[in-house]
Design a protein around this ligand. Structure first.
Ligand SMILES: [Zn+2]
Length: 96
């Protein structure tokens, strides 16, 4: 069953359309934002607030595409280069 709701961008608080559903492997997907990306953390050593040590607990957040593009200079990962080519196009669309 698919449930439509909203989740705010953790940076700018813009509400994003969100879809909750059961994936093909049977796990529940709680965060699948439109016009944004979803990030999951199972915690890790180094955090002073969340390190559940293998309990399966997790945190899910959404960040809107606009905030990703506005902060692209501090984004890391192998997909970053493909976003660099979109930066000018995205800026043009946002200014209209
Ligand atoms: Zn945002």
């Amino acid at each position: 069953m698919k449930i439509e709701n909203t989740i705010p961008c953790i940076v700018c608080k813009t509400p994003l359309q969100n879809l909750e559903y059961e994936s093909q492997n049977g796990s529940n997907v709680e965060v699948h934002p439109m016009y944004g990306l979803h990030f999951t953390s199972y915690g890790h050593y180094g955090s002073t607030i969340f390190d559940p040590m293998g309990t399966g607990e997790k945190l899910d957040v959404a960040i809107c595409d606009k905030c990703i593009m506005a902060n692209l200079d501090i984004v890391r990962g192998t997909g970053r280069e493909s976003l660099e080519v979109l930066k000018d196009l995205f800026a043009d669309v946002e200014s209209k």
